[in-house]
Write a protein that binds this ligand. Structure first.
Ligand code: GTP
Ligand code: MG
Length: 321
């Protein structure tokens, strides 16, 4: 019986069954062999199913992240792993909020040390503590998310700082359906290596003051290393977006373009035509074009493009070559 086990252990169920039928002797050993074979087969089938899931989950649009950025080449797996590891593990802290450029703590300090004349006659104000936490004053590279109101600036900040495996996005920056929700520049310290700045959007339900704080920040902030201009994938690029692109280009402000809400894009061909006719791919500064979704849905069940965005941020901060 032992020999039969050895000889037929790799044969098909039908063949083993035929032996059983032919001999008409359903011995305990053959039965056991059959059962084991069935279990092995069912495990192989379920393994196959698991392997084929991710492919089915990838919609067509994330592949455009390669097509639109051919001049940069694909980041290596090891670099992507390094950046993902950093953003997955880094402690992220909200630090300051600024309604005007001079409200930014380090700018406030600079102004105080530059312009304040010693005035011995004025008595010191009592009670109010105006000290700035030293942690807010350390110089770190900064990136800013810009774009129209409701385009998904606060959501992308949450998406970057949430583990890529998690479907639910964190709520560090406040997100709202109300257009024009973010009213100030808001700074988030990421692992004490860099700062990400959320900004008030331009366009509908924004104010002149919010626009000027952002523009002043773009021109004067020494710590700024890269802007990420967000455009909604499911909407047209409007005049204000074009003015912003022109403004950054003319003033030599380095920027990349991030398309958000790609999960809402129904016609990928017309999306491609939109990019081609926008002139973005012909700009001499060659902005990266990064396509993302911060919310998951049945058609985009994972958050795509976030790893490339994380990598680009990390690279622009000089944290990876
Ligand atoms: N479907 C989809 N919705 C998104 C995505 N990103 C953001 N949203 C939604 O868009 C709305 C606005 O998102 P916010 O992140 O608050 O946008 P914002 O640019 O910060 O808006 P303001 O602060 O008002 O300028 C919210 O209802 C988000 O849930 C996305 O990738 N896909
Ligand atoms: Mg916002």
């Amino acid at each position: 019986m032992r020999q039969v086990h050895k000889r037929y252990v790799h044969h098909s169920t039908a063949f083993i069954q035929s032996i059983v039928v032919n001999t008409k002797t359903r011995t305990a050993g053959t039965q056991e062999l059959l059962e084991r074979y069935k279990i092995k087969q069912s495990k192989a089938v379920s393994r196959k199913r698991v392997d084929s899931w991710p492919k089915k989950e990838v919609p067509a649009w994330p592949r455009l992240n390669d097509d639109f950025n051919t001049c940069y080449g694909k980041p290596s797996d090891s670099d992507l792993n390094k950046t993902n590891h950093f953003f997955n593990k880094a402690k992220v802290k909200f630090e300051w909020s600024a309604a005007s450029f001079d409200d930014i703590p380090s700018q406030k300090l600079k102004n105080l040390t530059t312009f304040r004349e010693p005035d011995c006659n004025t008595p010191k104000k009592q009670g109010r503590d105006t000290s700035i936490p030293p942690a807010w004053l350390n110089t770190l590279p900064e990136v800013i998310f810009l774009g129209g109101t409701n385009v998904g600036k606060s959501s992308i900040l949450n998406s970057i700082t949430t583990s890529i495996l998690s479907k639910e996005v964190g709520s560090l920056a406040r997100v709202s359906k109300t257009t024009g929700f973010t009213k100030t520049l808001n700074s988030y310290n990421v692992g004490n290596k860099l700062r990400m700045i959320d900004s008030p959007g331009y366009g509908f339900n924004s104010s002149k003051g919010q626009g000027s704080v952002t523009l002043q920040y773009l021109l004067e902030r020494e710590e700024l290393v890269r802007c990420f201009l967000l455009l909604a994938g499911d909407k047209d690029i409007n005049d204000t977006d074009n003015m912003m692109i022109q403004y950054m280009h003319e003033h030599g402000v380095p920027f990349e373009v991030v398309f958000t809400k790609m999960d809402k894009v129904k016609d990928l061909n017309s999306f491609k035509r939109k990019i081609e006719s926008s002139g973005l791919t012909e700009m001499p500064t060659l902005p990266r074009i990064i396509l993302t979704n911060s919310l998951t849905s049945s058609t985009s069940p994972r958050r795509f493009g976030i790893d490339l965005l994380r990598y680009t941020i990390f690279q622009s901060c000089g944290l990876i070559l």
